[in-house]
Design a protein around this ligand. Structure first.
Ligand SMILES: CC(=O)N[C@H]1[C@@H](OP(=O)(O)OP(=O)(O)OC[C@H]2O[C@@H](n3ccc(=O)[nH]c3=O)[C@H](O)[C@@H]2O)O[C@H](CO)[C@@H](O)[C@@H]1O
Ligand SMILES: C=C(OP(=O)(O)O)C(=O)O
Length: 511
């Protein structure tokens, strides 16, 4: 059995070495060993320590052996504990995926510093790797190096990974510069009901892109005459984040000026613009709804960028403090993107203090450290509803459900944006919350709640999943949250970081 295993691992190593076009001697040199030792390893005749396996993986840029993760990851949460201490907000999922797609515009090497190491990023690096883009986590860091090949091999795309994320839609903008025809698998992501792609197609039509959707694919064709000349003005029909990003990708390699009206000024769009500026793309109006982009025809630059901190993670941590009635310090809060949330919370009676502002590593985004001060909250009289930035962030709305559940009185939440997301908030009911679904978009929540432990299947949407987890932190006793992949799509090392604040979250898998 062990011999058989060694042979299989040896074969994997040999294949990965050949894929990297290394000789046995070259790999031996990287491992500071002899060619004959590498030959023995590849034949399965050498026992391997975990350390040697790690060094081989590093030398070959591939995880030779991964711990099996095919069964769902579940959480066992012992709730009812107060949290204390300090926690840093990590960089955002949504900026990460935008910058990863933007790296496709650059023939040079892009290094994204301190990138969120989350499942969503893993899916995109799998897709990028499959089409020939080399991605590599730099040792002992969360810095990802991305080097595109001369020509992308779209036929080899890892469709399973692509279909698990909505980000694949954002390949449309970068790819229209490279191909006259291509196809992409349909987008996945959170299951939030119908999420239209029409605004993307409308925006990209101005660049000559036509898309026909059939049998699980978008078939794209590019009319390069329409694509080529003259300045253009695009009016987005929705102020969506990823559609704005797609329009920017399309404009970024065209030398004439593109004006994008009704653009989203949201945090991930700002990060994308700052990154593209480093690639030489001229962009005016960042942070407003009118962007003027003057692109660069061929981008070939070695560049690095630091995406900024995640306002949705900041809100999640704030909600964790509120529901557990805790004093914690949340460091690196991107304050520009939390102002309305904080103002609403102040109206509900929440107390907090903030330290002086400082800049994120991108040199642009303003951060503060925020200390929560526990105390009773009262329900807000008016309904709480999101708006495109600078409104209450659409992804922050679900956190107001768990906050409303601890406030005295009745709160109405109106999630006009997504068909399904408000419905998932009724999953708070088994934990003791009084949640009444008025229609698919509106819930009425009556607090305060006497939380109780429960076992719940995680809803197939990131933020509602996180909301259930937060309620479990508040509920005394042991709760179980099953199948939490969606949460890991967007939060990095979440459980250990919450445990460092005093939570008790254990992960386990069903056998
Ligand atoms: C990778 C990424 O960045 N994902 C974010 C992005 O997704 P993304 O940009 O893909 O958002 P969608 O295209 O799903 O748009 C969100 C929803 O809002 C509606 N809508 C939006 C704007 C508008 O002016 N009018 C309007 O009706 C859309 O029809 C849709 O139902 O934006 C969403 C809305 O902020 C966030 O939930 C996602 O986290
Ligand atoms: C809706 C979200 O993500 P996605 O667009 O990746 O589905 C989210 O981040 O809450």
């Amino acid at each position: 059995m062990a011999d058989d295993y060694l042979v299989r691992v040896g074969t994997l190593i040999r294949d990965a070495r050949r894929h990297k076009k290394l000789t046995q001697s070259e790999l031996a040199e990287a491992l500071q060993t002899s060619q004959s030792a590498v030959a023995r390893i590849e034949q399965g005749k050498q026992n391997l320590s975990l350390e040697t396996l790690a060094r081989i993986s590093e030398a070959l840029d591939t995880e030779v052996v991964a711990v099996a993760s095919s069964t769902p990851l579940n959480l066992r949460i012992e709730g009812g504990r107060q949290l204390s201490g300090a926690i840093d907000v990590r960089t955002s999922k949504n900026a990460a995926v935008a910058c990863l797609c933007a790296a496709l515009l650059n023939k040079g090497r892009t290094t994204l510093r301190n990138l969120a190491r989350i499942e969503e990023v893993n899916r995109i690096t799998e897709v990028l790797g499959s089409i020939g883009v080399r991605t590599r986590w730099l040792p002992d860091s969360s810095d990802l190096e991305i080097t595109p090949p001369k020509t992308l091999d779209l036929a080899a795309m890892d469709e399973t990974a692509a279909r698990r994320t909505r980000t694949i839609l954002m390949f449309l903008g970068p790819l229209l510069h490279e191909f006259s025809e291509f196809k992409l698998p349909n987008a996945g992501g959170c299951d939030l009901g119908e999420r239209t792609v029409e605004p993307h197609l409308h925006a990209l039509k101005a660049f000559g892109l036509g898309v026909v959707a059939t049998h699980g694919y978008y078939h794209a064709s590019v009319d390069h005459d329409a694509y080529a000349g003259g300045s253009r003005r695009i009016i987005l029909t929705e102020r969506g984040d990823t559609v704005t990003e797609n329009a920017i990708f399309a404009a970024a390699r065209i030398e004439d000026e593109t004006t994008i009206r009704n653009a989203s000024p949201n945090y991930m769009v700002q990060d994308l613009c700052f990154f593209l500026q480093k690639l030489g793309v001229e962009i005016e109006g960042i942070g407003t709804t009118t962007l003027k982009v003057r692109g660069v025809k061929h981008i070939d630059k070695d560049v690095e960028y630091h995406p900024s901190e995640d306002p949705i993670e900041a809100m999640s941590l704030l909600a964790a403090a509120v529901v557990t009635d805790s004093e914690i310090t949340i460091k690196r809060v991107p304050i520009e993107f939390m102002e309305i949330e904080l103002t609403l919370l102040e109206g509900m009676g929440m107390k907090y203090d903030t330290g002086p502002e400082y800049l994120s590593a991108n040199g642009k985004t303003r951060l503060v450290d925020l200390r929560t001060i526990p105390g009773p909250l009262k329900a807000r009289k008016d309904k709480i509803h999101p708006m495109p930035f600078p409104g209450l962030n659409i992804d922050n709305l679900p956190f107001f459900a768990v906050i409303a559940a601890v406030a005295e009185g009745t709160t109405t939440l109106h999630d006009w944006v997504y068909d399904n997301r408000a419905i998932y908030l009724t999953d708070l009911t088994p934990l003791g919350a009084k949640v009444q679904l008025m229609d698919p978009h509106r819930v009425l929540i009556e607090g305060p709640t006497r939380w109780r432990a429960a076992e719940i299947m995680c809803p197939p949407a990131l933020r509602p999943g996180m909301v259930i987890l937060l309620a479990m932190l508040a509920a005394p006793g042991v709760s179980v949250l099953r199948n939490t992949y969606v949460i890991n799509r967007g939060y990095e090392e979440l459980y250990s970081r919450l445990n460092a604040l005093g939570a008790n979250i254990q992960t386990f898998r069903d056998i």
